[in-house]
Design a protein. Structure first.
Lengths: 337, 358
């Protein structure tokens, strides 16, 4: 493999990362405020369909008025998807806070229901060509050797997502509202005692996170695998949920998780060519084995033992860097009255 | 007034779900009466279709029966789909490796072997899930999802490589060759219904229902489901019970898998699970671990699925409609089923009986 092949591979990892990146960041925020939205797999399927159809219909609507181009339709598609994703997440939060039902149960039912709903509602739009996101090379930066093609020669959306991930990290860890967000997720009673509007913040951030998950669905059908067909992206939601855990509920570590996932996926494709005698179907197992392996690493006591074996001087920063504990109130039913 | 509303309340979420799906059908330009009629016609229109609806119901109810055990213990056994698939693979292995080359072995021995292999495979797959949860610290939902996918990929590997039928192009793999006659369950007429499987499911449901209600095993599982920590402190060996509970569920799902390949189909094929496991989780969520209600809801859901193809034929609506109706029903009942929670009433306190002196 020569240099340009590696560059191409890295660039494609970045280019393919958009849907997962949005979903992981969104779910990280939702879980950080204490709500577990398990419906990702169904939500992303529905929003992939809805975003594509909304963009397609908007373009059809605008064309007779002489407005050409894909920018506006694609924006409408993302907005519709974000709205649906937000509503699905809010349903989980509301069912838990108002109706005192189990978040996991609601999320699981939504996973199945929204997937079927996507297939049902999208039935007349399968395999239709439609609009997609615009490509934009950033001048000067894209001419850099190596970094240029890998980081700065992509579709417009990729740049927006990096800004969003960075912003989420800054908001969570370096602002007052971010501290409140984390406080609500860790110790809602204490936060309430200090005058933080716990219930309102839970709804707000759950909805925002869900909107990002929804945008992730649109990113898939408008940017990665264009268009719509039955069960277009089945499975990606579960991967996203696992990466949130692997990322220790931290946006930047979640981003690393998304890249690692992309890299191992690319490596598996590469290995397929190196070992043609291994049946192709077996290479499909890798992402699920990877998911189990990674969660095993996080879930078992392996990491804690690793930290304890480290020299005392770096034990503290290591513990902080390898944080694996979920937000303390995650999934708990908290009243809104 | 309030008591009347409280009494009829359980029907309200069901009605809400049906009204919303009816509106959806109307929005897609179909006649709702014709659509619902087509479900019934497809599921019970002829003797064969009625028998086939029951043939579909049996593996589904076997999965549900297993889930009664795990839900009682408070475990989210999403992996039931994969356990069913591994059961199919176990039964197929006996059919291909033992029944195929030895046509002289009587059918009853082969079928007994197939059923044991299927239950064993399902139980082992479930045990793997349970150990990854108790020892690996992974939530069983994630283990279940991953093991489901792995079982599905394993099936695709088997039918595309070692069990690939000869004389068929290697890129074309959808199923194995038809199993030997001695390997298949005896069917009724031209349907896919096997009377033996009906006996098995009834026995399984009765035994599990009685064991959960009346045995100390059932009581231990219940204690775990209500409060895991308290159960552990009071001396319930919770890890062992979790693993055995999962294995019972896996064995029953595996039996369902055997029924699936040996009567519903006659070979192992792609997506052999067909979403039955996920459907079973929905059903048990809806029925709330009540065995008889579970059986009836499973029959209703089987009607929706086996009737779905006729609906598609008559109204051109996508067959995902069945799933939409099922999902909407469970979601509405889950959210709005509890009168006290919807109207913020205090639940009636349970009668306190002092038994400390007995």
């Amino acid at each position: 493999m020569n240099d340009s092949a590696i560059v191409l591979m890295l660039a494609s990892i970045v280019a393919q990362s958009a849907p997962l990146m949005l979903a992981v960041t969104g779910e990280t925020i939702t879980e950080r405020v204490g709500v577990i939205n398990l419906s990702l797999d169904g939500t992303m399927l529905l929003t992939a369909m809805a975003g594509f159809v909304a963009a397609l219909q908007t373009r059809k609507f605008l064309e007779p008025m002489g407005i050409e181009g894909n920018t506006l339709p694609v924006l409408v598609g993302f907005l519709v998807s974000a709205l649906i994703g937000g509503l699905a997440a809010l349903l989980v939060a509301w069912g838990s806070a108002r109706l005192k039902q189990d978040q996991v149960a609601i999320g699981f039912v939504l996973t199945l229901l929204l997937a079927d709903l996507a297939n049902f509602l999208g039935q007349t739009f399968t395999r239709v060509p439609g609009p997609s996101v615009k490509h934009l090379s950033i001048p000067v930066l894209s001419d850099l050797p190596l970094l240029g093609p890998v980081l700065f020669d992509h579709d417009l959306m990729i740049y927006a997502i990096y800004l969003l991930v960075g912003f989420s990290w800054w908001w969570l860890y370096h602002t007052q509202p971010g501290l409140q967000l984390r406080g609500v997720g860790e110790r809602p009673e204490s936060a309430f005692g200090r005058g933080v509007p716990v219930s309102r913040l839970r709804y707000l951030y759950t909805g925002l996170g869900g909107a990002m998950v929804g945008a992730g669905g649109a990113a898939y059908s408008l940017n990665i695998a264009l268009g719509w067909s039955d069960n277009h992206i089945a499975g990606i939601g579960w991967i996203a949920l696992a990466i949130v855990i692997f990322g220790g509920w931290h946006p930047l570590r979640g981003m690393i998780g998304v890249f690692l996932y992309g890299a191992t996926k690319a490596a598996a494709t590469g290995l397929q060519q190196v070992f043609p005698e291994i049946p192709v179907v077996l290479f499909n197992t890798f992402q699920w084995l990877l998911m189990l392996g990674v969660l095993l690493l996080v879930g078992s006591q392996g990491i804690r033992r690793l930290v304890e074996a480290a020299p005392p001087a770096i034990r503290r920063p290591l513990t902080a860097a390898l944080r694996i504990a979920p937000p303390r109130s995650l999934g708990r039913v908290i009243g809104d009255d | 007034m309030e008591t009347t509303l409280r009494r009829i309340w359980p029907a309200i979420p069901v009605l809400l779900a049906l009204v919303s799906t009816t509106l959806l059908i109307i929005a897609f330009g179909a006649d709702p009466i014709q659509t619902y009629g087509a479900f019934i016609e497809g599921a019970f229109g002829s003797a064969d279709s009625t028998l086939n609806t029951f043939a579909f119901w049996i593996p589904l109810l076997l999965c549900c029966t297993g889930l009664l055990v795990t839900f009682t213990a408070g475990l989210w056994n999403i992996g039931v789909e994969g356990q069913l698939v591994m059961g199919s693979i176990g039964a197929s292995w006996v059919a291909i490796a033992i029944a195929g080359p030895n046509p002289n072995i009587p059918a009853w021995i082969i079928i007994a072997l197939e059923i044991s292999a299927a239950m064993g495979a399902g139980a082992l797959w479930a045990a793997l899930c349970a150990v990854l949860k108790t020892r690996g610290g992974i939530h069983e939902i994630f283990v279940g999802v991953a093991l489901n996918k792995l079982a599905e990929i394993f099936t695709n590997y088997l039918i595309s490589n070692p069990w690939h039928p000869p004389h068929v192009g290697s890129s074309n793999f959808t199923k194995t060759e038809r199993f030997a006659d001695t390997a298949l369950l005896p069917l009724m007429g031209t349907s896919q219904f096997s009377p033996l499987s009906l006996i098995l499911v009834v026995v399984a449901l009765v035994v599990i229902a009685l064991a959960l209600r009346g045995s100390s095993w059932g009581l231990r599982l219940k204690a775990m489901g209500k409060n895991l920590k308290a159960a552990f402190i009071l001396g319930v060996p919770s890890e062992r019970e979790a693993i055995t509970g999962m294995m019972v569920a896996g064995a029953l799902a595996g039996l369902g898998g055997a029924v699936r390949v040996l009567s519903w189909y006659d070979s192992l094929r792609q997506s052999i699970g067909g979403g039955i496991g996920f459907l079973a989780v929905l059903i048990v969520l809806l029925a709330g671990t009540q065995p008889i209600l579970t059986a009836f809801i499973a029959l209703a859901f089987s009607t929706l699925l086996t009737g779905g193809t006729t609906v598609q034929l008559r109204t051109q609506l996508h067959s995902a409609l069945s799933g939409v109706i099922q999902g909407a029903l469970v979601l509405f009942v889950l959210l709005f089923g509890d009168y006290n929670r919807v109207f913020r009433r205090k639940a009636e306190p349970p009668a306190l009986v002092d038994t400390s002196h007995e």
